[in-house]
Design a protein around this ligand. Sequence first.
Ligand SMILES: Nc1ncnc2c1ncn2[C@@H]1O[C@H](COP(=O)(O)OP(=O)(O)OP(=O)(O)O)[C@@H](O)[C@H]1O
Length: 290
Amino acid sequence: MNFKEVLLIVNPIAGNTDKKKIISRVKTYLENENFNFHLYTTTGEEDVPKIQSEIKDNKIDRVLVAGGDGTINLVAEAIKEFDMSMGILPAGSANGLAVNFDIPEVLDEQLKVAMGDNFIDLDLLCLNDIICLHMSDLGINAELIRNYENSSIRGKFGYLIQSIPTLIQSEYPFHFIIETENETRDASGVLLGFANLNKYGTGANVNPKGKPDDGIFEILIFKKLSLGEILKTLKNETDLDPDFVEIIQAKEARINCKKPVSFQIDGEYIGKETEIEIKILPEKLKLAVP
Ligand SMILES: Nc1ncnc2c1ncn2[C@@H]1O[C@H](COP(=O)(O)OP(=O)(O)OP(=O)(O)O)[C@@H](O)[C@H]1O
């Protein structure tokens, strides 16, 4: 391993759990292996430029991220102009990225992967100039995330208790015009997803054909809510009913919504939008994977 300075970036509020154990274990592990340990704790304010200064000031060679997809996303934004790899120690509420790459459950195993030299050069999606590593969508899932962020209960349970009011209050079906390099079409449904990877953090395999480094993303048109089909995605079944979901592959796209629709990227609520411009940035993030 020809690197020395390692920065651990910790989101103290992610997943509603205490991060002291992670910090202390990572510090001991790195010091035993003769790396220099640096720590940055996110504040939720101006974290991207502060992480960039930390990297420059300490000549950081590798970053480790303890947080959820939102934290990983902001670190990816911070390091995208540096030639640097990232290792993840999943500590969020859903951890979609970790679920997609089969990151182990045990911290010491996660550390071995995060400090190892097996990498994937992950494509990044860019939606209205915001990067997305994993999944973004317009519609009912973003409404759920908005309701969760406005509530006081964090963690998985917080999402669960917001699901019923979200279903009752949702303004679905939503209407979209989808323009890609290949076609223009109208669609309506409960959710329009933009997928770089296969699975949501729940493990639902909604995009079986997605590859993380092929320069292509998938647009998922979920036409209706169907418990049976949702259960199939959770069981990793790939023959989803086309009346439930239709998948379009693209390299770039523009979406227009007839009315403003709730929009989320990597689990962070962005706002209500009427237009989304999507591009793919091929093989932009070097991520340590098993
Ligand atoms: N110290 C902090 N206080 C409040 N918010 C923070 C802090 N540090 C980071 N954040 C915010 O945390 C969010 C990222 O959380 P992340 O997705 O990693 O964890 P999570 O547990 O999965 O999140 P959530 O519980 O919101 O689903 C970002 O919006 C970021 O701005």
